[in-house]
Structure formats: C-alpha cells, structure tokens
Write a protein that binds this ligand. Structure first.
Ligand code: TXE
Length: 542
C-alpha cells in the first residue's frame, strides 16, 4: 500500500508533493479498490509543509463508516432539536470559553498542519469564536417565529417557524482548516441540527483537535462528528442521507458536489474559487492601497478564495503603487512560523506551487515582468517567494485563472471604466476591492462589480463579519455562509396558516359550488383588484 503523503525526498532535495490534486486525487489512484462495507484499515498520513515531518495519521473512511456516522448523528439530533433555542445556544456558547482555554493548542495545530504564521492561524481562531459569539447571542431573534400579514386573506393568519433540517454535511478544504468547517458547525448546531464534517485530506488534524475541544464541553459527541478521508469519503457523505451540504473547495469539485446534491434533492451551499480584482482609482491613497495589496495578496500565502488575485491600477497611480508594492513585498519575512517572527509561511498544498510557476511562466512569455520573487525557496519545506508581476495584460493566465498562491499580478488600466470591464470579464465572482479617497465614487464603482462581496479601502476582513453574507456568483458558487439568512437556511421554513376568524360554512370556497356563490365571488374579486380607493383602503385597514 502506497502512502502518498510520505514519499521519499526526490534527488532535487525538494520535498515531494504532500498531496497531488489531479482530477482524480492521487489517494483515489493509490487506493483504487475502496471497500464499502467494512471499517477501513487504510490511513492518510499527514505531513507538515514546513519540513515534511510526519504529524499524524487518520483513517481513510469508506461508505460504511460514513453512513454509520450519519446514522448516529441522526439519532443524536432528535433530542438536540427538542431543546429550546436558548438552551442550544447556551450550550454552544461554551465553545467560546473552551476555545479561549485551548487557544494555543488550536493555533499550534493550524500552524503545524498548514505552515502559516501564527497571526494567520489566530485570525482563523477569531473568526470561529466571533461567529460563535454572534450566533449564540442572536439565534433567539434570528430563528424566532415570524408572523406574516396576509394582504388579502384577512380571515387567515400566517407565521413561519424555523425547523432544524436534520444532519448537515460540511465538506471543507485545506486553506482554512479551522475557520471554514467550524463556522458551519456552529451555525448547524445552534439551528438544531447534527453536523458531520469531512475535512480536507491534506489538513484533517486541525478539525480533529477542534472536535476534541468541543467534545470536552459536553456537546453530545455524536452530534458533531468528523469523517476523515478523500474525495470519495466526501461523496459517501453526500450519499449517506444528509439533509444539507455546505461545500467549500475548487470549482470542478463543486460542480460534482452540486450535481450529486441535485440528484438527491439536497440543498447545498457551494463556496468555490475566486479571482478577486482590486481596483485602484486615480484618487486612491497610495500607501494604504499598497499595504492592502500586499496584505491581500500574501496573507495565508495568497491561499484564500478572497486573496487579491489581480490589481487593476489606473494610469495616474500605477507607477507609484507598483514601486510601493514591490518595496513592501521585499520587506516580507518568510520562513518557518514555529521558529521565527514571519509574515509569510509555507504553501499548504504542493500543487499550488506548480500552478504559481505555470502562471508566472505564461505571464513572462507574454511580456510580464517579475518585479520581485518568482520561484520556490530552496531548502526544506514548501515555500514560494511572495511574487509581484507587472506589465500584466488580460489574456495572461495569471489574470484569468485562480492562482491561490503568493503571486500578485498588476495591470495598468486607463480608468475606472476599463477596470470595471476587466474585473467583470471573469467566470468567477466571489470578492472584489475598490480603493478611492472619495466614498461616493468608491461605492459607485463597487456597485458595478459582479461579485458576492465588494470591499472598499480594506481587504479580507469582510470574511470575519459573521453578520454579513459570504458567497459568490457565477462559477464562484451559490448560497451563503455567515449572516442571519445563513442561520435560517440551516432550517427549513415551515409556514403555519391559521384562522383569525371562521368563515361561514356556506363559504363560497367550500362545496357545494353554486351560481350565486360564483357571482358573489366574482363581484368581490372585481372590487378587490379594481382597487377603488374606498375598498382598497378598507382592505388595508383590516
Ligand atoms: O479542493 P477540492 P482542493 C481551489 C484551489 C485549488 C483547487 C483544488 O484553486 O487548487 O480549489 O483544491 C472534497 N465529492 N480551492 O483539491 O478538490 C475534498 O476531499 C465530495 C478553493 O483541495 O475541491 C476536500 O475535502 N467531496 C477553495 C474538499 O472537497 C469532494 C479552497 C475540497 O477539495 C469531492 C481550497 C466530491 N466529488 C481550494 N471532490 C476556496 N474556495 O476556499 C473533492 N471533495
């Protein structure tokens, strides 16, 4: 049995890929005959991208284990859903204390598994705890029954009540192994569901650590479960009788997940790739814009779906901006986040270095300039230098396809109109940025951009606002995480329609139909929809 995570070092001295993401993941090729009925004895070995050291081993779960986990979750959910919302929120709120208590353990787990700096790992931790803080405080209001005033049917009343769905499946990627899955875990639990998570095969250990922390606060262990494995484990989870899927990952996997959910008529949220443009208007503040580009491009080594993926700088500011961005990028300290104060850590997933190299090669062949960076760092670990490309043009792959690595391409544009046109000429539409001193002008530009979120004069932090919806349009997927709507979408809306006062038994709506009833109805309907001032006002008053 081959262990794809533990291949020996190549002759080049470089670390081998931790996990090669072909269309068919290498794991799937390595383990072609997947048993479906017996517990798996096969494992995934997890290595640190910092130095290739072995961090642990997790089971590669098959259909039987995944189905059993979902069944256990279903049983646990029945009792959980019966608890009043305040009780559920109160129990989930204990996650906050537990996360505070175990902050260092959780941050260490993220750092080791992803090779990102401690500050980036802490940002993940904050996102989870703040979401927990917001949703546990506001769940009572968000999920309260909502009454509906019926505009014509005045003898009836309506309200909507939010009913937990059952078991929610969360399938998550490797770039934010704590924040992405745990955000949805919190929402699913508060809403009264059980939740089963399939973390990325590249970074499963962080979530297992988070589960250990959550288990310790007395949330029933079957209510929140983790199934480990690769894409097939994820597919098995979708097939295991869950009521909703929240998926974050690449576009091609997202299509498959969306199709699998459609076949089973399961609602799903698809959070897929991004190609965030940053438009630097001709009145932007150069220093703020430059610092934001560097942060937006290189935090998490650019492995965020909302990373700045293309800078569209107007002629008036382009040259000054490039000079500052390049200078600031050269100041970044990259290295082992365990040992030193570093700004930029490792690449989590080896394939991203191949993608970065291919993008840079294509861009240079088409006339781009590597202003700084541009290559893998020699020595141990998976590190790629923070890279700035200038003289970029729209047809370059680096300007069209997701990079998901520490590469920032900059293009000079004539004006905002050209910037908006190029920004929108993309199949992806997750996130975008606009920089201008003039708030009104910035908003006008923001409103012309096709993206789920547009930030003005700042980068990335929009993801950390649990009150605001997060998600994309076009090939970036559909549905939203975060926000009151997302919490409600963890439930189905049950409409209850009740009587305000009883209609007579000879109501024209009940049998037997008669000509007299028909005429009466006809007259009433004509009067209603004609909206004569008197009748219209009378109807509104009722
Ligand atoms: O994601 P995948 P990968 C982008 C980034 C990267 C590309 C692929 O550009 O190069 O996506 O990354 C599970 N049914 N993003 O390979 O394959 C899989 O096991 C059920 C953007 O990591 O989409 C993992 O748990 N599950 C992104 C998760 O889905 C399936 C963040 C994501 O895997 C499945 C990361 C299937 N058919 C990478 N196929 C973002 N938007 O944040 C895969 N999985």
């Amino acid at each position: 049995m081959r262990d794809a995570h533990c291949e020996p070092r190549g002759a080049s001295g470089k670390l081998p890929p931790r996990f090669r993401a072909n269309e068919e993941p290498l794991m799937a090729q390595a383990f072609p005959a997947s048993p479906t009925t017996t517990p798996s004895t096969r494992t995934l070995v997890v290595q640190s991208p910092i130095d290739g050291s072995r961090l642990g081993e997790v089971p590669l779960m098959g259909d039987a284990e995944v189905h059993a986990a979902v069944e256990r979750a279903r049983l646990a959910q029945r009792a959980w859903a019966q608890l009043p919302i305040e009780t559920r929120a109160g129990r989930v709120a204990r996650v906050i204390d537990a996360f505070v208590e175990r902050l260092d353990d959780l941050v260490d787990a993220v750092v080791l598994e992803t090779g990102k700096p401690r500050n980036d790992a802490l940002a993940e931790w904050i996102t989870v705890v703040d979401a927990c803080h917001y949703f546990t405080r506001h769940a009572g209001r968000i999920l309260a029954d909502t009454s509906i005033t019926l505009h014509h049917m005045k003898w009836r009343g309506s309200y909507v009540t939010y009913v937990p769905m059952g078991v929610v499946a969360v399938i998550s990627p490797w770039n934010l192994p704590l924040a992405i899955p745990m955000g949805s875990v919190i929402e699913a639990l508060i809403a009264g569901n059980a939740v089963v998570v399939k973390p990325s095969e590249v970074t499963p250990l962080t979530l297992l650590k988070a589960k250990e922390v959550v288990d310790a606060i007395g949330i029933p262990t079957d209510l929140f479960q983790v199934v480990t494995g690769d894409a097939r484990t994820g597919a098995a989870l979708i097939d295991a009788g869950v009521q909703k899927v929240v998926f974050t990952g690449g576009v091609s996997s997202g299509r498959r997940v969306g199709a699998a959910c459609a076949e089973r008529l399961i609602p799903c949220v698809l959070e897929l790739g991004g190609k965030a443009p940053l438009i630097a208007c001709d009145d932007c503040e150069i220093e703020r814009t430059a610092r934001s580009i560097v942060a937006g491009g290189f935090i998490n080594s650019g492995q965020l779906c909302i990373s700045v993926e293309r800078v569209l700088a107007t002629e008036a500011v382009h040259d000054r901006l490039v000079d500052r961005v390049v200078a600031l990028t050269r100041e970044l300290r990259q290295g082992d986040p365990r040992a030193d104060d570093v700004d930029v850590g490792a690449i989590i997933f080896a394939k991203q270095m191949d993608i970065a190299e291919a993008h840079i090669k294509d861009a240079v062949a088409r006339g781009a300039l590597v202003a700084t960076g541009g290559r893998r760092r020699p020595g141990p670990g998976m590190f790629f230098e923070p890279t700035v490309l200038t003289r970029c043009t729209p047809e370059m792959t680096v300007m069209r396809e997701e990079i998901f690595g520490p590469v920032v391409p900059i293009m000079k544009v004539r004006d905002e109109d050209e910037a908006v046109r190029i920004a929108n000429d993309s199949p992806l539409g997750l996130h975008a940025y606009v920089f201008s001193r003039d708030k009104t002008r910035a908003r006008a530009v923001a409103e012309r951009i096709e993206a789920g979120t547009v930030m003005i004069n700042d980068v990335l932090v929009s993801y950390c606002a649990p009150e605001a919806p997060f998600g994309g349009i076009k090939n970036s997927g559909y549905g939203r995480v975060h926000s009151d709507d997302s919490l409600r979408a963890m439930c189905y809306a049950r409409h209850v329609n009740h009587e305000r006062f009883a209609m007579p038994l000879n109501s024209p709506l009940l049998f037997p139909y008669t000509t007299a009833k028909y005429r009466g109805m006809r007259a009433a309907i004509r009067a209603t929809f004609k909206r004569t001032p008197l009748l219209g006002r009378l109807a509104d008053l009722l």
